[in-house]
Ligand binder design. Structure first.
Ligand SMILES: Cc1ncc(COP(=O)(O)O)c(C=O)c1O
Length: 125
């Protein structure tokens, strides 16, 4: 496929996506209606999620999933506020994604990371 054909194919795909109602555009790209519409939709979703949890839409941060979200909190909040003498308590039941970021934050900021054991009956204690 030549460069010209590829460019033509991309134009057709964009036109078809537009007709299908799907929005494919970078956010904050006001240069076209898709970018503007996508940005508005994301802002609206931020406000709706914020309302659910008693926060402002401006406080909502989208992440790719739980791992990225926990890494973000541990790296930003954790390193800003954790200090020696604090404890970050996790359990043996935590998913890997909820242990490693806290280990790193504790290593950086000085708290200890006690782990709550889980019994064979899968209860805490
Ligand atoms: C309990 C639990 N926490 C965190 C994760 C990681 O989530 P994500 O893939 O959204 O980063 C998973 C993934 O299966 C999970 O089961």
């Amino acid at each position: 496929m030549s460069t010209g054909n590829r460019r033509g194919a991309k134009i057709v795909i964009k036109q078809e996506l537009g007709r299908s109602g799907l929005m494919v555009a970078p956010l904050a790209f006001g240069g076209n209606v898709f970018g503007w519409t996508a940005e508005k939709a994301v802002d609206r979703a931020r406000d709706q999620v914020g309302a659910l949890i008693g926060a402002s839409g401006k406080e909502i941060v989208w992440t790719s999933g739980a791992t990225e979200a926990i890494n973000l909190v541990a790296a930003c909040w954790g390193r800003a506020f954790l200090k020696p003498g604090d404890e970050v308590v996790v359990s043996h039941m935590e998913h890997h994604s909820n242990i490693v970021p806290w280990q790193m934050a504790c290593d950086a900021a000085g708290p200890t990371l006690p782990v709550i054991p889980i019994s064979d009956a899968v209860s805490f204690g």
